[in-house]
Every structure is written in C-alpha cells, then in structure tokens.
Design a protein around this ligand. Structure first.
Ligand code: SAH
Length: 350
C-alpha cells in the first residue's frame, strides 16, 4: 500500500468506513499526497489529455460562444469572464487570445477570474498566462466573484468533484462505503445511509439487486452556486464533461493513470479518480434558478460552432504535417468514436 493508502487505512481503523465521496476527496486533495495537490495529470507524459490540451480550436470556439452570449445579454460591462478548474490554464489562454481579437472592448474591460482549488496548479496557470494583457485574478472558490454579469466556462471540472454511490440491496438503496477487507486492503462495503424512493428518478426504480446508483450533491451545489449568480446578475455558463444526458444506474467510478484504467484502490492519490457526470441533474439545478439550459454532445456543439471552418482557416497556409495534425485534432475532439459523443456540453443562460 502507498503512503496515502496507509493514511486512509489508519483513518478507517480509527473512525470506521468512509463514504466513496470522502475517499475521492482525500485522494484528490490530501495536502501531502493528493492527486491534484501533488501530481502533473495532463498531457502525453501525464495521466489523461483534455480537449483544450488537444487543440487551440477548442478554446477558440468556447470563447466565441461566450462572446455571443455576452452580446445576447446586451454586452454588459463591467463583466466577469471566469473559468472553473483551469488545469494548466490552456483553455483560458486560448480564450483570452481569441477575445482580444474578436472583442477587444470586452477583453480590455472584463475581469478574468480563474477559480482553482489546487495551489500547485494555480502556480502553473500563472506561468501559462504570464503577459496575457488582461486583468487576471485567481480565487479558490466561487464565493468571491463580484456581483456583476458572469460568463463562465469549465472543462472536466464536475467529474473531478466527489460523488456518492448507493447499492440496491433487498429493495433498498444503501450507501456504498470504503473500508478494510479481510487482508487489510481497501475495499467497498455497504453502509447504513439509504436513499428515499421519492427522491429517485423513475428510470431506476425497477433496478435489480446489486445495481449501483450515483448522486453528486457537491456537483449540484457547485452548479447551484454558479446558476444563482447568473440568475441574479446576468450572464451565461458552458460546461463540458463526459457523462450522460439522462439519469440511469451503473457504476461509473474510475481511476486513470498514464492513460490506462486501473482499480480505484490500486494507488490512492497517484491516479485520477472520476465518475460520469449526470447532466440532467445539473440542468435541473440550473432550471430551478430560472435559467434556460441546453445539452448536446461535444461533437455536435463544436461542429455547429464552426470547428470545420476554423480548421480549414488554420490549415490554409500550413504545411502537410501541420494540416494532418489539425485534421486529427478535429477527429479527436468531435469524432463520434473519440470525444465527440462520450463528452457532452451543458449551456446555461438567463
Ligand atoms: N479544465 C482543465 C483541467 C481539468 S482537471 C482541462 O480541461 O485541462 C480538473 C481541474 O479542476 C483541476 O485544475 C483541479 O485542480 C480543479 N478542481 C478540482 N476541484 C475543484 C474545486 N472544488 N474548485 C475549483 N477547482 C477545482
């Protein structure tokens, strides 16, 4: 067992089994050994690659969407352009470059805010965004955002927030826990907390024993916090992640290391832990604040925003190697067998 595994085992010996949600939060954000606090997750040498890291076109099209939403709101100023969970800062860099070209007034007047929980990644984002020529600021939570129109983007942020799992057992849904199994290793158990049938989507009521159902109050709370600001002050939000558009059951807890799946208990803190995002749950939170929501696959969204045309323009004066690379980026971002269908986008507007 690695050091974080030992630390978690010690916690369980002292206080008893913990929830899947607590296990995930410790693995990702333990100050000494946590995944986002200590490791370099992104890119070819990391554990996974994200859309903004695949191609500059992703950030360019997101910037165009934010710009159009800003115009549709009557081009309010002052305004905040924010990103939540910015990783290496690549999406923000591409958005700023694009906005400075297509909307110089917005770029020069807006406050650009990065909301990031990891001090280490904040440092990397500062390097990436050095000399970007706009008013930039970092915050560790949404609480400090100014009371003004908010145009906010997020890529693969909701899947990185903790979630809870419930297992169907004798007709009840009981919370899955993380405890110690026979040989002292970390393993799943069943706790006593249960879900009331009235709170469940009809789709899962007839699930057989042993089925797993996931909920994510932390994700919903984050969406609520964003949506309430947009409802109050105006603005729009756009969020990409992998997940499903309709509620359903199934175990989607996964660990990813060096671009491969591994067991969620194999190397705590050394692998990325995620689960699929339930977009319908996030959309109903945003709707409860009176916002309109739209959901689509990443592929459909990017193609509708002009991915092919943008790729064509980028390729115009490029050599063959660069052109081949641009084509493969389009396929990775929007191809149905790549990220085009598994990844979804939720947009929210007042
Ligand atoms: N958007 C980036 C990185 C995705 S990884 C990309 O697409 O490449 C998830 C990011 O969310 C990391 O930067 C992580 O540190 C950050 N994060 C996780 N929980 C957070 C929280 N509660 N508030 C803000 N950022 C968070």
């Amino acid at each position: 067992m690695n050091s974080l595994g030992e630390k978690i085992a010690q916690l369980i010996r002292t206080t008893g089994p913990i929830s899947v949600s607590d296990y995930m939060a410790i693995c990702l954000f333990d100050p000494e050994h946590g995944y986002y606090t200590t490791r370099e997750p992104f890119g070819a040498g990391g554990d996974f690659i994200t859309s903004p890291e695949i191609s500059q076109m992703f950030g360019e099209l997101v910037a165009v969407w934010l710009f159009q939403s800003w115009q549709a709101c009557g081009a309010p100023l002052p305004a905040t352009i924010a990103e939540i969970g910015p990783g290496r800062g690549t999406l923000m860099k591409d958005m700023i470059r694009t906005l400075r070209q297509i909307a110089p007034d917005l770029a020069s007047e807006a406050s650009f805010i990065l909301v990031e929980a990891s001090p280490r990644l904040t440092g990397i984002q500062k390097e990436t965004l050095q000399g970007s020529g706009v008013k930039l600021e970092w915050q560790t939570s949404l609480d400090d955002l100014a009371a003004q129109p908010l145009f906010i983007a997020g890529n693969e942020i909701f899947d990185a927030l903790p979630f809870r799992q419930f297992v169907r057992h004798d007709g009840k849904w009981l919370e899955r826990s993380v405890g110690l199994v026979d040989d002292g290793a970390l393993g799943f158990g069943i706790g006593t907390a249960s879900l009331a049938a009235e709170t469940l989507p009809p789709e899962i009521l007839s699930a057989p024993d042993g089925s797993v159902f996931e909920i994510a109050p932390v994700r919903e709370a984050m969406m609520s916090s964003i949506a309430s600001r947009i409802a109050l002050n105006g603005g729009a939000g756009i969020f990409f992640d992998y997940g499903h558009l309709r509620p359903g059951h199934g175990d989607t807890f996964q660990a990813m290391r060096e671009h491969r799946h591994q067991g969620v208990f194999d190397t705590p803190g050394e692998a990325d832990l995620t689960s699929h995002v339930d977009f319908s749950a996030l959309a109903s939170v945003a709707r409860s604040h009176g916002l309109s929501c739209h959901m689509a696959t990443q592929g459909d969204f990017l193609l509708r925003m002009g991915l092919i045309e943008r790729a064509g323009r980028l390729g115009q004066n490029a050599d063959d190697a660069r052109r081949t690379k641009i084509t493969s980026e389009v396929e990775r971002l929007a191809g149905p067998d790549q990220m085009g269908e598994l990844f979804k986008v939720l947009t929210i507007v007042r």
